[in-house]
Ligand binder design. Structure first.
Ligand code: ZN
Length: 161
């Protein structure tokens, strides 16, 4: 299969290739789960540090069977993503893949709630897109934060005492 993860359009498109099996229930796990497993393996080959989990175990309000792919943790190489089927309750992504030869998953980016960065890895203010920041010690004096120099939005803690 060909897997294209695009963080700009927030899509992960999976296209069948001649060597791909049809994904059906039975054997180990259900068809969806196996399809996701193979998408996971492809993304790993592309350098993503990605795991497959049940969404409810991560606290998402989803049917307890729905699974998704997720970047392992905040220390993993970027982008930090969730890859999931928005129509899980309505139609099976495995059926769609089997029938149409392609299926598109939704991609959520920046999932560990860190400030966004530009292509050079520089932090961008999520509120006003400014790239200049200042450090300020919190009034209580116990920690230093990074704040947007333009709009004053808190970006992240630099030191914790
Ligand atoms: Zn700002």
């Amino acid at each position: 299969m060909k897997v294209v993860l695009d963080t700009k359009t927030h899509t992960c498109t999976v296209t069948r290739e001649a060597s791909d099996p049809k994904y059906r229930d039975g054997g180990w796990g259900n068809a969806e789960s196996r399809l996701l497993y193979h998408v996971q393996q492809e993304l790993k080959k592309q350098g993503h540090d990605i795991i497959k989990k049940r969404m409810w175990k991560d606290g998402h309000l989803m049917d307890d069977l729905q699974q998704y792919l997720r970047t392992r943790n905040a220390k993993s190489k970027r982008p930090h993503v969730y890859v999931w089927d928005t129509e899980w309750a309505i139609s099976s992504s495995a059926d769609e893949f089997n029938t149409n030869g392609t299926v598109t998953f939704k991609v959520e980016t920046n999932v560990f709630n860190e400030p966004p960065k530009d292509e050079d890895g520089m932090i961008i203010c999520p509120k006003c897109q400014t790239r200049s920041f200042e450090e300020k010690v919190e009034p209580a004096g116990d920690r230093t934060g990074l704040y947007c120099a333009n709009c004053g939005k808190w970006i992240k803690w630099i030191t914790k005492v």
